[in-house]
Design a binder for this molecule. Structure first.
Ligand code: HEM
Length: 487
């Protein structure tokens, strides 16, 4: 009898479907315990989300376990939430794996409120003080481009740039500490986008079991200890009122450094830019005609100038358009960072209660048919007007929009321009025919791991690129560039 009751209870928990609140966005029936998790591919939910949007419209709902979530599809819905009703949708969901890893501190997952505002204001101010829009930041980025070859590890360059701004430190590319930082961030990004994160978020009773998501916490602990040591060194060596980097600034202003704040910026500034650059290299190697047009423009503008500067972008509309188009295709944050509603609100006629998880499907905007002439093609003209001038369409939401828009946008734009122009000026990138056709299909949440290797002659670079493609990409350096020549 007891067993029967238990079976019945289990069946009820698994199969009873929760009714949605009144006037909540529509969506597929959800199981009481699992919600809609079993209806989504853990490997790549994007196609499932497309299918659901076709059936239920641009605003629909899902249950992640027992948690209701609203999914926004296309520019109109995303813009209404993030811009028109910006504050209502500026929260971050709580109780997810990422909140627990970051102990609800830091910036990226901080809920909307005075603490987040203060941190964001401070981070923007210090990035500005440390050179955004000034020569100082350019120098740090250009300095790093010198190290990209012959040990061309794009992740190392991106990590070193943000690390030099935060901590005043850069590492040699073969330094074990750098490898540890990058591998930990990469592994965490991968796990946070995997089925294990969904399992963690959906089933609280499994959280303490020794399952693979525990590795994310271990990595964070190790990164925290590393950052703590840097802060301790700064405390010993700093002169009050003479900041050398963001830690000093923070110590000056608040006398108390929030560890998670630094880790957030470090993480957000490493994987994002490097994956975009890697994607750019892949596309440019494949589309050599576009690469050649960029190089012509770069050569015409820079002529004998020793180094490119960010200001030069004004005279390079085609290069700017190409970089933006590459960013659109790279689509490195396909579902943005999850938001939540800060109060009871409405969206496109539906009621959305306070605290609802909101998924901004940025992919649906970056590839929206009505917004782009050829959404699935590499076409820099998407960012050029009829006079050939650079323009940014409203649907370019790679950095999202509204109060939570990417805080590092200005830094990232500067990095992408300076790094890619420096590389294109020095190297021709080519896809070796012997490798067969390239595979440009994106891999959701992909293994963002990447390696770039030089062969023994120093002329060929091999990029093992898992994001956006699983294909092994080989880049040949041709013509005016060889490894020896460069160094
Ligand atoms: C190509 C490079 C980058 C892309 C495409 C990108 C994209 C994004 C996106 C889509 C978000 C989520 C916005 C939202 O919640 O709606 C975000 C947030 C954020 N990004 Fe970036 N990002 C990039 C580089 C950077 C860099 C270099 C930094 C370092 C300074 C950075 C720092 C942040 C921070 C701190 C947030 C959280 C902001 C908040 O919650 O208030 N990002 N980024």
């Amino acid at each position: 009898m007891f067993c029967c009751c238990l079976d019945f209870l289990l069946l009820f928990c698994c199969f009873y479907s929760n009714p949605r609140p009144k006037n909540f966005p529509p969506g597929p029936a959800a199981l009481a315990l699992f919600g809609n998790v079993l209806q989504l591919s853990m490997k790549n939910p994007l196609e499932d989300l497309d299918r659901l949007a076709r059936r239920y419209g641009d605003v629909f709902s899902l249950y992640i376990g027992r948690k209701p979530a609203v999914v926004l599809y296309g520019l109109r819905a995303v813009k209404e939430a993030l811009v028109v009703r910006g504050v209502d949708f500026a929260g971050r969901p709580q109780g997810l794996m990422l909140n627990h890893v970051t102990e609800n501190k830091g910036l990226i997952m901080a809920n909307y409120g005075s603490v987040w505002k203060e941190h964001r204001r401070f981070a923007l101010m210090s990035l500005k003080n440390f050179g955004l829009g000034r020569q100082f930041m350019e120098e740090r980025i250009l300095q790093e481009t010198k190290h990209i070859y012959p040990q061309p590890v794009i992740h190392s360059a991106a990590s070193n740039i943000i690390s030099s701004i935060l901590f005043g430190t850069r590492y040699e590319y073969d330094d074990e500490v750098l490898a540890f930082i990058i591998n930990s961030f990469k592994e965490n990004a991968r796990k946070a986008n995997s089925a294990w994160a969904v399992i963690y978020d959906s089933f609280p009773f499994l959280r303490h079991l020794p399952l693979p998501f525990r590795k994310v916490f271990e990595n964070y602990e190790a990164l925290k200890s590393h950052t703590r040591r840097i802060i301790a060194d700064h405390k010993k060596s700093r002169t009050s009122g003479e900041p050398r980097d963001i830690i000093d600034c923070y110590l000056d202003e608040m006398e108390k450094v929030t560890l998670m704040f630094l880790l957030d910026l470090h993480f957000a500034g490493t994987d994002t830019t490097s994956n975009t650059v890697l994607t750019a290299l892949l596309y440019l190697a494949v589309y050599r005609d576009i690469q050649a047009l960029c190089q012509q423009e770069i050569d015409a503008v820079l002529q004998d100038k020793e180094q490119v500067s960010f200001e030069d972008r004004q005279q390079m509309p085609f290069v700017q358009a190409t970089i933006h188009e590459l960013q659109r295709l790279a689509n490195i944050a396909p579902l943005g960072v999850f938001h939540s509603t800060t109060r009871n609100t409405q969206l496109m006629g539906y009621d959305v209660p306070e605290g609802t998880l909101v998924i901004t499907n940025l992919t649906s905007v970056l590839f929206e048919r009505s917004q782009w002439a050829q959404p699935n093609h590499f076409n820099p003209s998407h960012f050029l007007n009829q006079r050939g001038e650079f323009m940014k369409p409203e649907a370019f939401l790679a950095f999202s929009a509204g109060p939570r828009v990417c805080l590092g946008e200005a830094l990232a734009r500067m990095e992408l321009f300076l790094i890619l122009v420096t590389l294109l000026r020095r190297f021709h990138l080519a896809w070796p025919e012997a490798c067969g056709g390239p595979d440009l299909r994106p891999v959701f949440g992909g293994d963002t791991g990447s390696q770039i290797r030089l062969n023994s002659t120093g002329i060929m670079i091999t990029v093992l690129l898992y994001f956006p493609s699983l294909t092994m990409l080989m880049l040949f350096l041709c013509d005016y560039c060889t490894y020896e020549h460069y160094i």
